[in-house]
Design a protein around this ligand. Sequence first.
Ligand code: COA
Length: 256
Amino acid sequence: MSDLVKIATQDQVRQILMNRPEKKNALTLTMYQALTDALLAADEDPDVRVIMLGSSGDSFCAGNDINDFIAAVNRPDAIQAPLLFLQTLASLTTPLIAVVPGMAVGIGTTILLYCDLVIASQQACFQLPFARLGLVPEGGSSLLIPQLVGHRRAFELLVIGEQFSAQTAQTLGLVNWLEAPSSLTERAWLEATKLAALPPDAVRQSKAMLRRHTQSQLEAVLVAEVKQFAARLTSEEANEALLAFIQKRTADFSRF
Ligand code: COA
């Protein structure tokens, strides 16, 4: 297991941390694989009643690593690891809690759509900047975000794609609880331990019931999104947006 993902277990709660704080926990292909392995191992462990997904440092996750996006143009197989990660998230039977201390961008936000509970710092920030990066929604968000907030707000979030606050995320139903930054970890463990103390089969069966109706559509949506997303990565628009990030300048789409 790579040290880009850290794992600990306490009181039947398996904590999985994205651990690349110097890059705001941007996800590389190695990290997707390590996270998938960690989630599957937790889900198969009869002693684990709750999975808690968190992060090291001040951010939750700055999305897919942009350098990997650029490299993916010449590596069609590069979509496999993120797809498997998302399929794994969608298939978990164990309740999943996310703990969000700061920025959650792109897949950093779409991960939350698979969580049963989300606890965020009052200072957390969220963003789904797909269209502004020349890309299209991923992670099932083209299905799950309109389901959550309706078409117009989904368009605002996924197409205009500006940052939104923890308070907005809570109003939209993306976050359950907001907590002061200093007590976020303590609150997360408290909620996770409370959930782990509930009757485990009833909790798992309830989770499955709540997700069942969306599940059948989700698999097809995930695959279709990933294909379109991979095609967009090779577009001139995405090339301009991604290079602009690397070169620390504002993207210019006026020639398209
Ligand atoms: N991929 C690769 N590197 C990333 C990254 C990403 N998605 N997000 C952040 N980083 C790197 C930065 O390049 C920087 O590296 P450097 O120190 O070598 O220059 C480091 O992480 C710190 O990021 P920085 O931008 O300086 O921090 P910030 O606090 O000013 O801003 C973010 C944080 C998350 C708002 C900003 O980094 C950002 O917008 N990242 C890109 C998010 C994104 O578009 N993801 C893809 C979504 S589909």
